[in-house]
Ligand binder design. Structure first.
Ligand SMILES: Cc1cc2nc3c(=O)[nH]c(=O)nc-3n(C[C@H](O)[C@H](O)[C@H](O)COP(=O)(O)OP(=O)(O)OC[C@H]3O[C@@H](n4cnc5c(N)ncnc54)[C@H](O)[C@@H]3O)c2cc1C
Length: 419
């Protein structure tokens, strides 16, 4: 498959508009939001809601008009490419504030990956209408199940009398969980098992809407970085959802056809990992650009093309930061392009995520180091980017787990053979 690394003009123009949002709406409140954990970035939320709502409405109109589970299109799309460019630019503005964007977010990815056409139209509608912002989220992680999602303990049981699913369990570290369940008429896609003995085949996802009895936000985390982003613990205590809130096929099939059950969870990551990689790279670019600006003020320029032996240590470090950034961006473009071409991209999505997570960690640490004590002070945002950027190496599969997935795929080992 030929991958074009050219970004279409339409997307470049949109990205330029988003740069203005990042510069004028996000950056001015970046520090304040960091220092007042759990306050909401309303100027950003109110500005983005109509844009996100109308985008979702267009997608649903298309889905509604086309029929079938997958929208038919001529040739590859550019929807995911557009999304990574958006995410990269807004994360350049502030990654925590970007995470507060009102949209279906990870919940939407899960619905897209595992839901039927009717379910997509039904559950995503709330993100496509109204004047009040709405959030979506996805809850997979539990106190005993993070890197190994197949070991989740949350259960779902069908009550034959009411034809409802009854959910019990505890979910932790759910991004925008409170925004979705308490602060708006949103939803959380909750992963649960129908039968623990069935292993991965028993894993299913359920749409839990705001206001569902038996669902409680137990805690909102205080964090090292992305402090403005809401990260919630959710308790499901006999929470009842209607029968059609199970996404995809309700049957437990050992050899499941299509992207349901555990395969559905993995398909969600195929789409979301390139986005997380792009988010990492937005933070990384912010740090590299800032370092270069500060060095330029000191009269230090970066002489590209010179042999390494003729560079100063600082120049060499900056070029290394940029090289790491570029390698990760190219991997991200590849994973995204495959997604837009409808190709299986699990390996490439993990590669992009692993590389970008590591790159942002190294780049932001190096930026703090190169800028000396001021880099470590709160006068500048660099120390914050170092704290914020690290999250991209943790959620949606840690760096280690993505490397494990890459190794399994390249060497053709199963998860049992290479654990
Ligand atoms: C701010 C934030 C937001 C989050 N948002 C969400 C969300 O919206 N929804 C959601 O479901 N989850 C979310 N998470 C959870 C996140 O996805 C998990 O934290 C992550 O998958 C790691 O799981 P864990 O925390 O249980 O770590 P563990 O699985 O306990 O891992 C601990 C360490 O051991 C390493 N490790 C584990 N197994 C292996 C192995 N086999 N080989 C090598 N190393 C290994 C890991 O890489 C890690 O470094 C969020 C987390 C954070 C911090």
């Amino acid at each position: 498959m030929a991958i074009s690394f050219e970004i279409p003009e339409r997307i470049t123009q949109e990205t330029a508009m988003l740069k203005a949002v990042a510069e004028n709406v996000m950056r001015p409140i970046s520090r304040e939001m960091d220092e007042h954990e759990h306050e909401r970035p309303w100027p950003f939320i109110n500005m983005m809601w109509p844009i996100m709502r109308d985008m979702q409405a267009k997608q649903l109109e298309k889905l509604s008009a086309e029929g079938g589970d997958k929208p038919k299109r001529e040739g590859p799309g550019i929807g995911n490419l557009r999304m990574i460019c958006t995410v990269e630019q807004l994360s350049w503005g502030d990654v925590g504030i970007w995470l507060c964007m009102p949209a279906a977010a990870l919940g939407g990815y899960a619905i897209e990956a595992t839901g039927t056409r009717e379910q997509k139209l039904k559950f995503l509608k709330r993100f496509a209408e109204g004047d009040t912002p709405v959030w979506g989220a996805m809850a997979m992680t539990e106190p005993g199940a993070g890197s190994d999602p197949a070991s989740i303990q949350t259960t779902a049981r069908l009550d034959p009398e009411t034809n409802e699913w009854v959910l019990n369990g505890e979910k932790i570290f759910c991004t925008s969980g409170k925004l979705a369940l308490e602060d708006s008429n949103g939803l959380v896609v909750v992963w649960a098992t129908l039968d623990r003995d069935a292993g991965r085949a028993g894993m299913k996802s359920f749409v839990v809407e705001a206001g569902t009895p038996g669902v409680k936000i137990a805690k909102v985390e205080k964090k090292h970085g992305i402090k403005v982003s809401d990260t919630a613990a959710i308790v499901l205590d006999n929470a009842r959802v209607p029968y059609d809130h199970i996404l995809g096929d309700p049957e437990i099939r050992q050899k499941s056809e299509g992207k349901v059950g555990f395969k559905g969870a993995m398909a969600t990551f195929d789409a979301s990992r390139p986005m997380v990689a792009a988010s990492a790279l937005g933070v990384g670019r912010a740090a590299v650009e800032f370092v270069k600006e500060q060095l330029a003020k000191e009269g230090i320029e970066i002489p590209y093309g010179k042999p390494k032996g003729q560079l100063t240590a600082i120049q060499s470090d900056v070029i290394e930061m940029e090289a790491q950034w570029k390698a990760a961006w190219l991997l991200t473009l590849r994973a995204t392009s495959m997604l837009d071409h409808g190709l299986q991209n699990s390996l490439e999505a993990s590669m992009a995520k692993a590389k970008a997570g590591k790159a942002v960690t190294q780049i932001t640490q190096k930026a703090v180091e190169l800028l000396g004590p001021q880099g470590y002070s709160r006068d500048w945002l660099v120390e914050k980017w170092m704290r914020d950027g690290k999250i991209n190496d943790i959620y949606e599969g840690t760096g280690q787990i993505n490397l494990l997935i890459i190794a399994r795929r390249i060497l053709s080992y199963s998860s049992k053979e290479l654990a």
